[in-house]
Design a protein around this ligand. Structure first.
Ligand code: B12
Length: 264
């Protein structure tokens, strides 16, 4: 390590165009991490040994069980603390950065009114068996989230929130009836990759039901989506954990009206 290149006190090293960091636990750059998991074994000394063995195999060495709690019959929850030698190269990290300007509600309304000259129609739902509506409601309902109002608050947006457990055919039909400019789908349950299967089914159904250029913008969101998977899932944008209504409204304006790929 080139000590002269270490960013003072932050555990960041710079060498040959790389920006490398290592975890911080007790002291800067000591590589200490904490992980939690459940093993299908009753809690005893052997179970704790098994947790340490797993942590070692994950590259955590030395590893220390700092918390172990029985979780019903034959299961134990662990928190393990220990050191990894892995480094993170910040220059090689790939994420989806916001590539559109963040607008206030007034600006969104003004652009829609001036450029679209009609209300922008948005249809939202949780599809499949998913009944976790809190996320889509946070984006759509007036009450919004974290002090920010949802899309229903925007005068120039017409919001149809179909709620929970909507089937794909119902969603396609509602999008047609509402002449949706954008369809917003929430998927929170990820067991057996349900969110991926459901999203693929949804995007395929829209492609089949509507000709290219006539289909609405397809947006999915939920806490466990990988935002880089848009092409693979056949959607226009994926929003993850902590999304705000303002981000979504700004994206709609960018994607449908002001951006290079203007659709309407
Ligand atoms: C509340 C809750 C419930 C409530 C839901 C009530 C409701 N009306 O939504 C009830 C009790 C019904 C419930 C039931 C179940 N739940 Co539940 N539930 C939760 C809990 C505690 C909170 C979820 C939540 O509301 N988050 C708050 C919102 C605001 O966050 P969010 O969804 O991430 O949304 C934000 C972003 O992701 C994004 N976003 C989300 N959607 C969209 C969509 C678009 C278009 C956009 C742009 C953005 C966007 O923007 C939002 C705002 O920032 C989570 C655990 C947790 N702490 O997260 C478990 C959790 C999601 N549930 C879980 C499970 C397993 C279930 C059940 C299967 C349990 C059971 N065995 O019955 C059932 C399934 C019911 C069903 N058919 O779907 C698991 C899912 C595990 C997995 N890997 O899939 C979790 C993670 C709990 C756990 N650790 O096991 N649940």
């Amino acid at each position: 390590m080139d000590s002269g290149a270490v960013a003072a006190g932050k555990g960041v090293e710079a060498a040959a165009g790389k920006r490398v960091v290592r975890p911080y636990g007790d002291t800067t750059g000591d590589g200490m991490v904490q992980v939690s998991f459940t093993l299908p074994v009753s809690h005893d000394k052997r179970a704790e040994g098994a947790a340490v063995q797993l942590a070692n195999r994950m590259g955590i060495d030395p590893a220390m069980v700092v918390h172990a709690k029985p979780m019903g019959d034959g299961f134990t929850f662990f928190v393990v603390y220990g050191r990894v030698n892995h480094l993170v190269d910040l220059s090689a990290v790939q994420v989806v950065e916001r590539d559109f300007p963040l607008l206030g509600a007034k600006e969104v309304n003004a652009v829609v009114k001036r450029r679209l000259r009609r209300k922008l129609s948005v249809v939202g739902a949780c599809i499949g068996t998913d009944a976790h509506t809190v996320g889509i409601d946070a984006i759509l309902n007036v009450k919004g989230i974290a002090g920010e109002k949802g899309l229903e608050y925007y005068r120039e947006l017409k919001v149809t929130n179909l709620g929970a457990q909507v089937s794909v055919p119902e969603l396609v039909e509602a999008a047609r009836v509402e002449r949706a400019d954008a369809v917003l789908v929430s998927q929170v349950v990820t067991q057996r990759d349900a969110h991926l299967h459901n999203t693929r089914e949804m995007s395929a159904a829209f492609r089949e039901a509507m000709p290219a250029g006539r289909r609405p913008l397809l947006i999915v969101g939920g806490p466990r989506f990988d935002e880089t998977m848009t092409a693979e899932l056949g959607v226009d944008r994926i929003f993850g954990r902590g999304t705000t209504p303002g981000e979504v409204a700004s994206y709609l304006v960018h994607a449908l009206i002001t951006g290079g790929r203007a659709r309407v």
